[in-house]
Design a protein around this ligand. Structure first.
Ligand code: ACO
Length: 326
């Protein structure tokens, strides 16, 4: 037995808002069609938070399910890390709001903003706390209400996004768990995918393109995402001395089925070994990877002892991966 500490996933949970918006519903709002959306993105429908339902609400529900699955009480948590780019408030952080609602007051709690890579970033941070011995039981959440910054008259972006949250409870373990995480960012590509509204630059809701809308140069983002994910998959395999055929499941960020298929091809992995939820969830940003993971665990697809590769790419640009033995 090694004296190394790993972060083992003790339980997973997720939550989706009740309201479902189909492609046909969207075709009533903008000039689009189920055929266009499904063939370009793989998305058929997405969930949309109800009026008054916030990122904290989604995160709390996902967290409760993860705690229950792990058999962990909120009072046992040493740390809460929450990936989001749609916090309830500028401050306090959504992690603090969730902490209080869980009744876990006292442990450190903070948000990580890495757009769609938020959960993978948060997982990596949590893993480092556990490996260093600074924490033993950590709640990691990815939660978003991205539809709140969607311009429902803008067909190029409104068809892509949905709301949702996923969570995992990590526990220090001597045997198995997260083998490595890899994070990258390139702030030079800011304007290919961004929301220009801010605090320090001033709120300028009346300027062109500066309202609530997500600005995205879809084609360029697509190409950068495929390239960056190819590279990070190679980096992850190499760092662990693994052959690509040893991966049991790819659990990718769910932005676009064609991006997912490109990464699967790189891994020579049949699509039956790839967890796909984008058809029903759309792009839930930080929520997407833990939502997909939870679905794969609860459906019995992912089994204890299997090797999972998680990856994500998002605004920033940011991208990251995590290799773990479940
Ligand atoms: N319905 C019908 N037609 C549409 C729609 C729509 N919803 N949206 C765009 N079109 C039209 C365009 O106007 C264009 O028409 P034109 O040829 O007459 O000019 C045509 O369809 C093709 O548009 P493209 O933008 O070239 O379509 P593309 O095949 O690139 O697909 C998409 C667009 C789906 C956005 C794709 O580029 C993509 O998925 N990009 C990556 C998105 C992503 O991964 N984001 C990362 C994370 S997001 C985050 O971090 C918050």
């Amino acid at each position: 037995m090694s004296d190394r500490i790993y972060s083992r996933i003790a339980g997973t949970g997720s939550y989706l808002p009740e309201k479902v918006l189909t492609n046909d519903d969207l075709a009533k709002l903008v000039d689009t069609s189920d055929e266009w959306i499904a063939s370009r993105t793989g998305i058929r429908e997405r969930h949309v938070a109800a009026e008054g339902e916030t990122t904290c609400d989604l995160a709390y529900n996902a967290a409760m399910r993860a705690l229950e699955a792990a058999g962990v009480e909120a009072s046992e948590l040493d740390l809460i890390v929450l990936g989001t780019t749609t916090p309830d408030l500028i401050f306090p952080s959504t992690a603090c709001l969730v902490q209080h609602r869980l009744g876990a007051n006292g442990c450190p709690a903070f948000d990580v903003n890495a757009a769609c890579s938020g959960f993978v970033y948060a997982l990596s941070v949590a893993d480092k706390f556990i490996r260093s011995g600074a924490a033993r039981t950590v709640l990691v959440i990815g939660a978003e209400t991205l539809t709140r910054m969607v311009d429902w008259t803008e067909r190029t972006s409104c068809v892509l996004f949905g709301d949702g949250a996923g969570a995992v409870v990590l526990k220090a373990d001597a045997e198995t768990g997260i083998l490595s995480t890899h994070l990258h960012a390139d702030g030079g590509k800011k304007e290919l995918l961004w929301n220009p509204v801010g605090v320090s630059v001033g709120f300028k809701p009346d300027e062109p393109n500066a309202g609530v809308r997500i600005n995205m140069t879809g084609n360029d983002v697509f190409k950068h995402a495929v390239k960056a994910l190819d590279a990070i998959v190679e980096e992850t395999l190499e760092a662990n001395g693994l052959d690509r055929h040893e991966i049991d499941w790819l659990i990718p960020h769910q932005a676009n089925l064609r991006i997912i298929e490109a990464t699967a091809k790189r891994l020579d992995l049949p699509m039956e070994r790839v967890v796909v939820t984008v058809d029903r969830h759309g792009n839930t940003s930080s929520g997407s990877v833990p939502l997909a993971l939870d679905e794969a665990v609860r459906s019995g697809k992912v089994q204890r002892g299997q090797l999972l590769l998680l990856e994500a790419f998002g605004g920033g640009f940011t991208w990251g991966s995590a290799l773990l033995r479940y």
